[in-house]
Ligand binder design. Structure first.
Ligand SMILES: NC(=O)c1ccc[n+]([C@@H]2O[C@H](COP(=O)([O-])OP(=O)(O)OC[C@H]3O[C@@H](n4cnc5c(N)ncnc54)[C@H](O)[C@@H]3O)[C@@H](O)[C@H]2O)c1
Length: 248
């Protein structure tokens, strides 16, 4: 399960899952381009195979430049992990504004279109690649009040499958990971206004997981890493639930 000589771009790399993914990929020997709109935590990591780029992945020109810089630095792009995303605070649909809906769809779905479109150019020319899009188990097992977030993650899953069939003949694989409730700062952001976040983690979120524990960023990183390796050579269009049974 080695990633030596694999050049991988990670979006949302400064986030809870993102940092863990970057660390795991470096441990496995990969060359990693870590991008995020904020890079404070990434700046604390220092590694000869790590390139940190600050940028808004929703800006198509910035996305183009980031992939170009990554390719110039490491000579190729073999992998892309999309971990960037935002949460929705649980709320009834009639209180959700059109701009909130659009922001969720833009960041959680349109951003995948932009980064995957760019990755496909490099991967098709190499006739090799692996893309992992992080969606959410809520796409298949919804919770009340998260209608806009869940729509954006459902689109992420469908988009990934559509791209998997489109790129299969070019030996470019596209898979989805559906995390269950994961212990990052995002988790508390799903709670309705006025909720005690720590209590919600222990009650609502933990109790929704049949295995009785929150998912950890390391759990996600391990599955993402596997999907990027050549061991997963024939795995494409798959949806991997890393959720302690939350989707059952
Ligand atoms: N934490 C959970 O419980 C949970 C559960 C299911 C799915 N997810 C999904 O997993 C992924 C990672 O979540 P996390 O828990 O690490 O959240 P997080 O908030 O810690 O990380 C998300 C990262 O995305 C970055 N980002 C947002 N907009 C961006 C933009 N325009 N350009 C570049 N970067 C941008 C943020 O700066 C942040 O660092 C997200 O897609 C999230 O929806 C999270």
């Amino acid at each position: 399960m080695n990633l030596e000589n694999h050049a991988i771009v990670v979006t949302g790399a400064n986030g809870g899952m993102g940092i863990s993914i970057v660390e795991r990929l470096l441990e496995k020997g990969a060359m990693v381009t870590a991008c995020d709109i904020q890079t404070d935590k990434l700046q604390e990591l220092s590694h000869e195979r790590l390139l940190v780029i600050k940028g808004n992945m929703l800006d198509e020109f910035q996305v183009e430049k980031i992939f170009q810089e990554s390719n110039d630095t490491f000579g190729k792009i073999d992998g892309l992990v999309n971990s960037a995303g935002i949460a929705q605070q649980a709320a009834p649909i009639e209180s959700v504004s059109l701009s909130e809906w659009r922001k969720l769809i833009d960041i959680n779905t349109t951003m995948l279109f932009l980064t995957c479109r760019e990755a496909a150019k490099y991967m098709k020319s190499n006739q090799k690649g692996s893309i992992v899009n992080i969606a959410s188990i809520s796409a298949v097992r919804p919770r009340p009040g998260l209608q806009s977030y869940i729509a954006s993650k459902g689109a992420a899953e469908s988009f990934s499958k559509a791209l998997a069939i489109e790129l299969a003949e070019h030996k470019v694989r596209v898979n989805t990971v559906h995390p269950g409730p994961c212990d990052t700062s995002m988790l508390g952001q799903f709670a309705a206004a006025g909720t005690d976040v720590d209590q919600a983690k222990e009650t609502i979120f933990k109790q929704s997981v049949p295995m009785g524990e929150l998912v950890t960023p390391k759990d996600i990183a391990a599955s993402v890493s596997f999907l990027l390796t050549d061991e997963a050579m024939m795995v494409t269009g798959a949806v991997l639930h890393v959720d302690g049974g939350r989707g059952l």
